[in-house]
Write a protein that binds this ligand. Structure first.
Ligand code: MG
Length: 361
């Protein structure tokens, strides 16, 4: 059996800026496996830089080639695969891509759409949007457009020193569900600054402190009334349990790639519910392939907040799937076809291709 890698580079309609920096294009890696006549796909959510976490595209490909692919030859169930690779430390995004390849394979084998195969689905995802930093008039224009399109929650990226973004947007939109994401840009000394955000009645503040922190977030939570959401800090179910136990979190942004796939994503959603917390599904600017896994997860009844799963026509002019998701009134319906239910547009994929490789297992 073979696993194929396609590295594609898709330009963004507008550059995307977070506290990490600005990206002009999405460099994505698509995985493909054919077993017993079933074509399964997934996407590695790393980027070309180790900015969101320590993993990046080359480490992910290398980890899959050297350490993970050999465990896939007999197409184990996703949780069995995770069990087999538990001796390999970290590299969750590489593991997650392989784990999701197996979810697509098994749901296609079972003849079921992924959201139904995975668990109790409501059949659709509630959709919010994440807006990158730019000058304030441009950001407001994007919020205006998102509100008119029916997005159920607006999230804006902020960083230390740019808190004015929140007051400016709140002034014009007093009633929207608004949240902010700092991608870890603040330090413990900034707690007084973060307390200032309480008056804007945000749905939550996401990841104010470093991506490996829980302790300072628990201290912050005692000081502010705004709920605290964790993204980068929650790397596996045990970390989620610890975060609730020490009072570091109210809301979890679940990204399947960050937590080694969908099995752990569901476990984390259960932990959030058991602790009276909330959760939603984040995004890593995926193509239509990675997005299909996010929509299937976000459709689960366990996921109670709108996610960052906006259709990627917001980001890319042309996707690499023939049936990209469309949003109506803040809702995206889960695909009805078997597995991820998206069909790869190979002409588009090859037009963006920068590298391809095949490994035999
Ligand atoms: Mg985030």
């Amino acid at each position: 059996m073979q696993i194929r890698f396609f590295k594609v580079r898709i330009p963004f309609i507008r550059p995307f800026t977070t506290s990490f920096g600005t990206e002009e294009y999405r460099e994505a890696i698509i995985l493909h496996m054919n077993k017993d006549g079933i074509d399964a796909f997934s996407e590695i959510v790393t980027s070309f830089l180790p900015d969101y976490g320590y993993e990046y595209n080359d480490t992910a490909i290398n980890t899959i080639e050297k350490f993970l692919a050999k465990y896939v030859a007999d197409a184990p169930q996703p949780h069995e695969f995770l069990d087999r690779v538990k001796g390999i430390k970290g590299h969750n995004m590489a593991k997650g891509a392989v784990e999701m390849l197996l979810w697509d394979y098994h749901s296609k084998l079972a003849g079921k759409p992924l959201d139904d195969y995975m668990g109790k689905s409501r059949g659709y995802a509630n959709v919010g949007i994440s807006i990158g930093m730019s000058d304030i008039s441009e950001m407001k224009e994007q919020v205006r457009s998102a509100v008119s399109l029916g997005y159920k929650r607006i999230k804006v990226k902020i960083k230390r020193g740019r808190e004015n973004i929140v007051s400016e947007i709140r002034d014009e939109f007093p009633d929207i569900r608004l949240s902010v994401d700092a991608n870890g840009d603040y330090s413990y000394h900034d707690i007084p600054l973060l307390k200032e955000l309480d008056k804007f009645e945000l749905e939550y503040i996401e990841q104010p402190f470093r991506g490996d922190d829980l302790i300072y977030h628990s201290k912050l939570k005692k000081e502010i009334s705004t709920p605290v959401c964790l993204d980068e800090s929650i790397t596996d179910p045990e970390k989620a349990e610890k975060a609730f136990e020490i009072g570091a979190v109210d809301v979890i942004n679940i990204k399947p790639g960050r937590v080694a796939g969908l099995h752990n994503s569901i476990e984390i959603a259960k932990i959030a519910r058991e602790n009276n917390g909330h959760c939603w599904v984040g995004g890593m600017l995926e193509t239509g392939i990675g997005r299909a896994f996010n929509i299937a997860l976000a459709s689960q009844e366990l996921i109670d907040y709108p996610g960052d799963t906006s259709p990627n026509e917001k980001y890319f002019r042309k996707d690499i799937v023939r049936n990209p998701f469309r949003m109506k009134k803040g809702v995206i319906e889960a695909n009805k076809g078997d597995g991820i239910g998206v069909y790869v547009d190979f002409d588009a994929l090859f037009s963006y291709l920068v590298e391809a490789a095949t490994i035999s297992i």
